[in-house]
Design a protein around this ligand. Structure first.
Ligand code: 13P
Length: 256
């Protein structure tokens, strides 16, 4: 945790979810209505096909709905793409950019991720910028160098604590059931905090840094209690309302 920073518990549904899954979003939107929502924010990023219906379902809930990617341009001849304005038009509030699956599957570079974050901010969306090292990079001791390079390249110069969230997702921890030790997470997050504070001053000191990669109800409390961890970005375990809410509710113990 970071003092005076409101944590964010976010779910990334990836390419999962059809209309049947809206029941899970409804259950999550009801489950986050308690007092904890004054201290902890929550967000689900379903596939784009469900965005508009999902925001309508959550109208009277503190649960935010966001998207998983956006194009760097505002509009135009880009078949199959979705602009940040389109997400905002569906009442989405956040967009994930630079997820490692997009960096790998679509060869997205830091430069492109930064352009997407700028487009997101221009549409008044909060950009959730993902960074993280591969297994080989960790083994060869390059983790902090990679994080430094990705932060420098992917985060726009006018990023602030409102329009930007960083998500540290070690690539080797995504969908594998493997997680770094608390010490490893603490080291990475302290390093990112120092980099952000050096570059953005007070805004960097309070910019949220989420941890992502095999977060589940059984490890959420430990991971989210680490210094400078300001929430989680959850893949698989966010698909089931009961698991997502168990992770979110871990904050009632952490903040007690
Ligand atoms: P898992 O929680 O399934 O490991 O996925 C993490 C992730 O990639 C979230 O963006």
């Amino acid at each position: 945790m970071t003092p005076n920073v409101r944590p964010l518990v976010a779910g990334n549904w990836k390419m999962n979810g059809t209309r049947d899954s809206l029941d899970q979003i409804k259950a999550i939107s009801e489950g986050v209505k308690g007092d904890l929502s004054e201290k902890v924010e929550s967000l689900i990023c379903p596939p784009a096909t469900l965005l508009y219906v999902a925001t309508a379902l959550c109208e009277d809930s503190p649960l935010w709905i966001g998207a998983q990617d956006c194009h760097q341009n505002a509009s135009g001849a880009h078949t199959g793409e979705i602009s940040a304005d389109m997400i905002a038009d569906c009442f989405g509030t956040h967009v994930i950019v630079g997820h490692s699956e997009r960096r790998t599957d679509h060869a997205e570079t830091d430069h492109l991720v930064r352009a997407k974050a700028i487009a997101a901010n221009a549409a008044e969306l909060t950009a959730i910028i993902c960074i993280g090292e591969t297994a080989d990079e960790r083994k060869s001791g390059q983790t902090l160098d990679i994080l430094k390079r990705q932060l420098a390249g992917s985060v726009p110069d006018d990023a602030n604590a409102e329009n930007t969230v960083i998500a540290y997702e070690p690539v080797w921890a995504i969908g594998t059931g493997l997680t770094p030790t608390s010490e490893n997470v603490a080291e990475a997050h302290a390093f990112m905090r120092a980099e952000l504070t050096r570059r953005f001053g007070d805004e960097g000191a309070k910019m949220r840094i989420l941890y992502g990669g095999s977060v589940k109800p059984s490890n959420a409390k430990e991971l989210m209690s680490v210094d400078n961890v300001d929430g989680a970005l959850i893949g698989g375990a966010s698909l089931k309302a009961s698991d997502f809410l168990a992770i979110y509710n871990a904050y009632s113990e952490i903040l007690a």
